[in-house]
Every structure is written in structure tokens, then in C-alpha cells.
Design a binder for this molecule. Structure first.
Ligand SMILES: [Fe+2]
Ligand SMILES: [Fe+2]
Length: 375
């Protein structure tokens, strides 16, 4: 093998080309490459020229920043390094096989089944659809980190599935055969489909509105409500000392998701302000209603039999409460006025640092920076 292709050997010089035919093909390319220097010096990038979308400034130049908060998100995310291998799953294997009731096993497996699919969907949406439409590098750099984190979350679910010994063929296919799980994924695909088109012209106002609505759905509902709420049934088990390894894994994921959601909400707000755009209230109403209906159907399936301290009604009420909080954060009307915080322990559960003494897990000081706040 030619030494030039060895990734672990940067010292050995490349061998001279052996094949004159290949050599001849390379030669004209070198001539072409000499012509890429610009005829005149380029103008310096002005931060004011950057835009969330439709920007004209050089995408390959990080600073000067127009969105320094986006760079701060990147730095903050990099204080959250972890992998699923750091958390012991030994007790979970015993709990799953010997302690969980059939109803609890049903909840656990189906939450996992939904999450496996939804994190891949999240990774693809950010990496393949959203990122290419953002025209400031400081936004894209945080999103590159987000893409990695979604892949890490997928690894985490796979790690749980392998350690507990669940049937992979069955668990990964479950969202396809259970309509109530499929409903959330199908709704997401429909809402995100248009944004995935790489030829979407965002200078067209109707397209821009469609893209903003799609990104709103992703950041505010898919990540901000469904993920936040989605882990809760497993946290309910954790509060009773069950499946603590898996729950701790989800707490690490939640730390990342807090940032994803907060970043997404900030982007939506800036995008609307920058473009002088207002989301159509009727379109928003439909979005919330569809999301609630999908969540209600999902809850009625995963919690068809309530488990101790948790049931489908609590799940849906909490979704409505979190949805109001997210709406306030974006600056749109609350979709479910009067919804109550029926699971007041959830916010505390989401904070690993507060949780450590109560559950005596191995976590000592998860993040070196400031604590993350939900509101
Ligand atoms: Fe994720
Ligand atoms: Fe995420």
C-alpha cells in the first residue's frame, strides 16, 4: 500500500507515482488549479452582512461574529463531554429481567424504540437540511457539534439495548409496526420534509415562512417538548430506584437537548426578527394541535397500563405545560392556557447536579461551567 494513504503515518514521504498513465491525468489538473487566485483582493467580511439565512458574507470566515451567542453555545456544549461507556448498566440488566412489571417493561422498551428513531431523524434534519441553509459559520459550527451529539445519543440507545439484551430487530422496527409510535415520526417527517429540499429558495417569502415553521416544529416541539417529555416515564422508574443506569444516560442526553432547544429557540427568534417575519397564528395552532394529538396517542399506547406514579394523563398534561413554556420562550401565544405543572420533580430530575446526592449515582460534577437553566 502506498504510504501516502496511511492515516497513522504522517512522516514517510509518498512514493513516486508508478503508473505513467495516472501521472498524465494529474498533470492537466495542476494547470487548472493555478488559475484559482482572484484577479483582485477581496473585500474584508463585515459582521453586519451576516444573516441567519440568505446571507452573502463569506461562510468560511468565523469572525467577526454577528451572533456571538452561537459561539458561546459551541463552547458550552464542549464542556459536556461524555460517552455511554462511562455509566454502568449492570444493575439495569437485573432490574429489567427481575424487577420490572410487564407494564413497566412495556413503557421502557417503547420509549427506547421511539428514541432510537427520533435521534437519527434529528441528526439528519440538522446535518442535511438546516445546516446548509444557515449562512453564518458561528451557527453552523454549533450545529456541527449538535449533529455529533445526536449520533452520540443514538450510540447511547444502542448501548442500552445491547447491555440489557433486547432484540435489535424487534426494537428498531417497533416504530414501523406500532401506529402510535409511527404517528410521531410520520408527523415529523411531514413537517421537516420541505426543509430537507436543498433547492428551497429562501428569498421567496412563502418558502421562508415554511422553513421557519419547520424549524420551529423541530426546535420547539420535537426537541423542546417531545424530548423533554419523552424521557419522563423512565425518570419515573429512576425515582423508584429502577433502571438507574439507563435513566442516568438519559440525563446526560437531556443536558445536550437543553442546549439544542435553547439554541433553536434563539435562532427562530433571530430569524423572525431579521426577516421581519411573523408565523401565521392559524398555522401555529394546527402545529400544536397535531403535536398534542400525536403525543396523546403515543402516551395512550406506552402507558396503556399506568405504572406506579405515572400515567398517560399526567404525560399529556405535562406536554401541555412544557409547550406553554416553550411558546413563551419563542415569544408566541401559549397554546394551552391554564396547563399545570403536574410533574414538579421533572425540572430537578433534569439537573444532574441536583440529582446526584438523592440517587447516589457516580456523577460528581458533570459540567465545569455554570448550571443550565430551563427557563
Ligand atoms: Fe438527541
Ligand atoms: Fe437534539
Amino acid at each position: 500500500m502506498n504510504a501516502a494513504y496511511r492515516f497513522d503515518d504522517w512522516e514517510t514521504p509518498a512514493a513516486a507515482p508508478q503508473n505513467p498513465a495516472v501521472d498524465a491525468k494529474i498533470a492537466p489538473k495542476i494547470e487548472v488549479d493555478r488559475g484559482i487566485l482572484p484577479a483582485a483582493a477581496l473585500a474584508p467580511v463585515n459582521a453586519a452582512d451576516k444573516r441567519i439565512v440568505n446571507g452573502k458574507a463569506d461562510i468560511n470566515q468565523l469572525a467577526p461574529f454577528k451572533y456571538p451567542w452561537a459561539w458561546e453555545f459551541f463552547l458550552k456544549a464542549n464542556r459536556n463531554h461524555w460517552t455511554p461507556l462511562e455509566i454502568s448498566m449492570a444493575q439495569d440488566v437485573h432490574d429489567y429481567h427481575h424487577k420490572l412489571s410487564p407494564a413497566e417493561r412495556h413503557v421502557f422498551e417503547n420509549v427506547l424504540a421511539y428514541l432510537t428513531t427520533s435521534d437519527i431523524l434529528a441528526m439528519r434534519n440538522i446535518g442535511l437540511a438546516v445546516m446548509e441553509k444557515m449562512t453564518a459559520p458561528e451557527l453552523q459550527i454549533y450545529q456541527a457539534r449538535q449533529v455529533y451529539e445526536e449520533a452520540l445519543h443514538t450510540w447511547t440507545y444502542q448501548h442500552c439495548i445491547e447491555n440489557i439484551g433486547l432484540d435489535q430487530q424487534e426494537i428498531y422496527n417497533r416504530y414501523r409496526v406500532v401506529p402510535q409510535i409511527h404517528g410521531k415520526i410520520a408527523l415529523s417527517n411531514r413537517r421537516l420534509e420541505k426543509a430537507l429540499r436543498s433547492d428551497l429558495d429562501l428569498t421567496d417569502r412563502a418558502n421562508l415562512h415554511e422553513f421557519a415553521l419547520s424549524y420551529f416544529f423541530f426546535a420547539v416541539i420535537f426537541e423542546g417538548c417531545w424530548f423533554y417529555n419523552g424521557f419522563t416515564p423512565i425518570f419515573a422508574l429512576q425515582r423508584r430506584g429502577l433502571m438507574k443506569g439507563a435513566a442516568e444516560q438519559l440525563q446526560y442526553i437531556m443536558r445536550d437537548e437543553v442546549l439544542h432547544c435553547a439554541f433553536g429557540i434563539r435562532v427562530v427568534r433571530e430569524l423572525l426578527k431579521e426577516e421581519g417575519l411573523e408565523l401565521d397564528p392559524q398555522a401555529l395552532r394546527t402545529l400544536w394541535d397535531e403535536a398534542e394529538a400525536a403525543e396523546r396517542a403515543y402516551a395512550s399506547y406506552i402507558l396503556r397500563d399506568p405504572i406506579l406514579g405515572y400515567n398517560a394523563d399526567l404525560h399529556v398534561q405535562q406536554f401541555r405545560f412544557v409547550a406553554n413554556r416553550r411558546a413563551r420562550q419563542v415569544g408566541v401565544e401559549e397554546p394551552f392556557p391554564g396547563a399545570e405543572n403536574v410533574l414538579p420533580w421533572l425540572d430537578e430530575q433534569a439537573n444532574l447536579r441536583k440529582e446526584k446526592n438523592f440517587f447516589e449515582t457516580r456523577v460528581t460534577e458533570y459540567q465545569t461551567g455554570g448550571a443550565l437553566a430551563w427557563d
